[in-house]
Ligand binder design. Structure first.
Ligand SMILES: [Zn+2]
Ligand SMILES: [Zn+2]
Length: 352
């Protein structure tokens, strides 16, 4: 199937229109027309080869919402016209312990990312959601509940699950005290989801300039991390701190804010940390952990939870041809809180 998307052809060129083929339907495949795609920091890092493993052309996008247009003969769970979503994963071995446990993101034999990864069967580079159409095996397609507004769902597929999964892993619920460092795409979802689960939520920020925003998103307060008196008063307060800061930073000031057995979980950064000291870890049996998106089962649970609680990301809708400008604004944290591309702005490929 011929389709059109936007691709980076090299680390230094802006994304530009790119016509390509989606694979012919395998028996267990679902084909969809993409309606919306969120814009994640990973998209920008991949387009610019910041992590050193980008294959070009690179078509980013892993916060995908669409409607089913065709299904393979073995597909049982989806029908033409269904509202569906695809996140960061499009395949895994389905046989290892992690896949059996529904944690395909940790597949021992290697998960297949939605873009910039080799297809498990053909080895061809996967192309993501900055495109008009997508073909994905049924097991990696999610159902979008009817009561969610489709135009706002897309960021749940990466920013949503990335923050929901640690909240569930560490059993956050009523009575839990959760801290959120950073109030960007991930942080604003962490606040909404933690509040939705019934937790007491504190946003941590260097200044109080985001206080009104934090409260309107559902946080109970903002803690100014440069205010040493306020930080001292918050010692041993939190069960879980979700750290969404996307660049190298120092976690030491936050560790003593955790209770005994508390955890600071990193979800925003891939790369080195400033050197942590072991003192607060040992004195409070505290932990620094990481977390990577979530499995398919948990992602569906998150979508259903968001439908029940009417939790949706705050989105700024853009046209596909505004993507390069959006990347620049995202680098300067100039978005509240996630760009979403309206794929109706991308003309269908010509028939010839
Ligand atoms: Zn992402
Ligand atoms: Zn596996």
């Amino acid at each position: 199937m011929k389709t059109i998307g936007y691709a980076a052809l090299s680390p230094s060129t802006p994304l530009a229109p790119f016509t390509f083929e989606r694979r012919a339907l395998r028996a267990n495949d679902v084909a969809m027309e993409i309606l919306y795609c969120g814009v994640c920091h990973s998209d920008l890092h991949t387009a610019r080869n910041d992590w050193g493993w980008t294959q070009y052309p690179a078509v980013p996008g892993h916060e995908i919402v669409g409607r089913v247009t065709h299904v393979g003969p073995d597909v049982t769970r989806f029908r033409v016209g269904d509202a569906v979503a695809v996140g960061c994963l499009v395949d895994s071995c389905q046989e290892c312990d992690h896949c059996h446990q529904g944690e395909e993101q940790f597949c021992t034999n290697g998960r297949t990312d939605t873009y910039n990864a080799p297809d498990r069967i053909t080895g061809e580079n996967t192309y993501g959601g900055y495109a008009k159409h997508l073909v994905v095996r049924e097991e990696f397609v999610l159902r979008v509940p009817d009561t969610l507004t489709l135009a706002h769902v897309a960021p749940l597929l990466c920013a949503g699950i990335t923050t929901y999964s640690p909240l569930r892993t560490w059993n956050v619920g009523p009575g839990s005290r959760v801290g959120v460092i950073g109030l960007g795409g991930l942080g604003h979802m962490a606040v909404k989801l933690a509040a939705g689960l019934g937790a007491d939520v504190t946003v941590m920020s260097r200044t109080n300039s985001k206080e009104a925003d934090a409260l309107s998103l559902g946080a109970d307060r903002l803690l100014v991390s440069s205010d040493s008196a306020a930080m001292a008063a918050a010692q041993s307060h939190f069960d879980l701190i979700i750290d969404t800061v996307p660049v190298k930073h120092d976690v030491n000031p936050y560790m003593s804010l955790l209770k005994v057995d508390g955890t600071l979980v990193l979800v925003g950064q891939v790369g080195p940390l400033a050197e942590p000291t072991t003192v607060p870890l040992i004195l409070g049996r505290r932990r620094i952990a990481g977390s990577l998106i979530g499995g398919i089962r948990e992602t569906q649970e998150m979508l259903d939870f968001c439908a029940k609680k009417q939790i949706l990301p705050d989105c700024e809708m853009i046209r596909m041809d505004q993507i390069n400008e959006a990347f620049e604004r995202m680098e300067h944290a100039d978005v509240r809180y996630r760009f979403v591309i309206d794929m109706a702005s991308l003309p269908a490929p010509s028939a010839q």
